[in-house]
Design a protein around this ligand. Structure first.
Ligand code: NAD
Length: 360
């Protein structure tokens, strides 16, 4: 994937291992340094990956770091990104782009003023699953798209995450945590959104951590944990969304897209691959061929995509897309309290599709 780019990771928590593994196998990326507020965490990741552990400010200032990979918790996304941008670094971060739309806009303006590149997860949608589904929709296999459903339910991340506090605080909740995968996929499939309406609730005021050194500790829940909504796309297509930390299980497909000729099942947008299935009006479910996307991809491909995007062009996991997704989520949550449909004031182009690309 082009010239080697030196990556500095800020935030060495649960998801950092997925990125260090990908960086280790992509020839275009090299892990130069890592940092965390918890120096011991940074040290452990540095030792495991033959990288330098630095204090956060030193990593951001380090001339040996070309791009800052921001894997901190959502509340810290904007602060770390702004510091990295001020140091002239490109930034790619975990989702959401920031905890609020206002913060995200501040980060985007700073990146534009500094002339640095800014990208944001999820990159799962660049894998063969969502990309092949998009290709089949674009090729007209289901006819004109009319509607979609996107459904994610789980009893809650406190069952496996040792520090799940952020999932139950502002900036977290099932919509801000899992919504980016589903809404980003829906934008790839059906284009941008012009209006939303939502309703939400929560099952209980606290959660108990089930694993790690804090197992048994109770944490407060200050956000809605069952969020439903309708997204009205510019095209007129209607997507129905259910994101829940309050339900045991579901047999619903992660995403279904319904067209005038057929329905399509899209694999889990929190993974990179999986089968795309089609059901024509007078047919049965059948698997469709894999026609598009990064094969054998993993978290970090969005960063590699950003570092190889020619200057002046938008990477596929772009800031305008992430801002639009954040705007949709924030507006949906506003709608849950006002019971009004909310117009979406941001927009974005559908990202460039990913041709079928063999692993590096
Ligand atoms: N855990 C997952 O499975 C997963 C999957 C996909 C995406 N994500 C996203 O990745 C991000 C991180 O999630 P996680 O599960 O790794 O969280 P985590 O709590 O396990 O790790 C976050 C790390 O960031 C550090 N940190 C926080 N603020 C910081 C700051 N200002 N400067 C430096 N370090 C700071 C913390 O000390 C911690 O080590 C979140 O945005 C989350 O939504 C997580």
């Amino acid at each position: 994937m082009g010239e080697q780019v030196n990556v500095g990771i800020v935030g060495c928590g649960a998801i950092s291992g997925a990125y260090t593994t990908t960086i280790g196998r992509l020839p275009g990326l090299r892990l130069a340094a890592v940092a965390d507020l918890d120096a011991a965490r940074a040290e452990a990741v540095a030792v495991a990956n033959d990288a330098r552990a630095l204090p956060v400010a030193e990593l951001i200032a380090d001339p040996g770091v070309d791009v800052v990979l921001n894997l901190t918790v959502p509340a810290a996304h904007a602060g770390v990104a702004l510091a990295a941008i001020a140091a002239g670094k490109d930034v790619y971060g975990e989702k959401p782009l920031a905890a609020t739309k206002a913060e995200a806009l501040q980060v985007m303006r700073a990146a534009a003023a500094a002339g640095v590149r800014l990208g944001c997860a999820p990159d799962t949608v660049l894998g063969t699953g969502v990309q092949s589904a998009r290709r089949h929709v674009d090729d007209g296999l289901i006819g004109a798209p009319i509607a979609a459903t996107a459904i994610m339910v789980t009893p809650g991340h406190e069952r496996w995450h040792p520090n799940p506090d952020f999932y139950y605080a502002p900036g977290g909740g099932p919509l801000l945590d899992m919504g980016p995968y589903y809404i980003t996929a829906l934008i790839h499939l059906l284009g941008p959104v012009s209006r939303v309406i939502g309703a939400a609730g929560h099952a209980r005021p606290e959660r108990t951590i089930a694993s790690g050194p804090r197992a048994g500790t109770t944490i407060p829940v200050t956000v809605d944990t069952h969020v439903t909504g309708i997204l009205i796309h510019d095209s007129g297509a209607l997507s129905t969304l259910v994101m829940s930390f309050d339900a045991a299980a579901t047999r619903a497909a992660p995403i279904e897209v319904h067209g005038e000729k057929a329905s399509l099942i899209v694999p889990d947008p929190n993974t990179f691959d999986g089968d795309v299935l089609i059901h024509p009006i007078d047919g049965t479910w059948q698997a469709l061929p894999t026609l598009a996307g990064y094969r054998n991809a993993s978290r970090g491909y969005g960063l590699a995509d950003l570092t190889t995007t020619p200057p002046g062009e938008l990477p596929r996991a772009s800031a305008p897309l992430a801002l639009h997704v954040l705007d949709i989520m924030e507006s949906l949550l506003t709608s849950t309290t006002t019971a009004q449909a909310i117009p979406i004031t941001t927009t974005c182009a559908r990202p460039d599709p990913v041709p079928l690309t063999e692993p590096c």
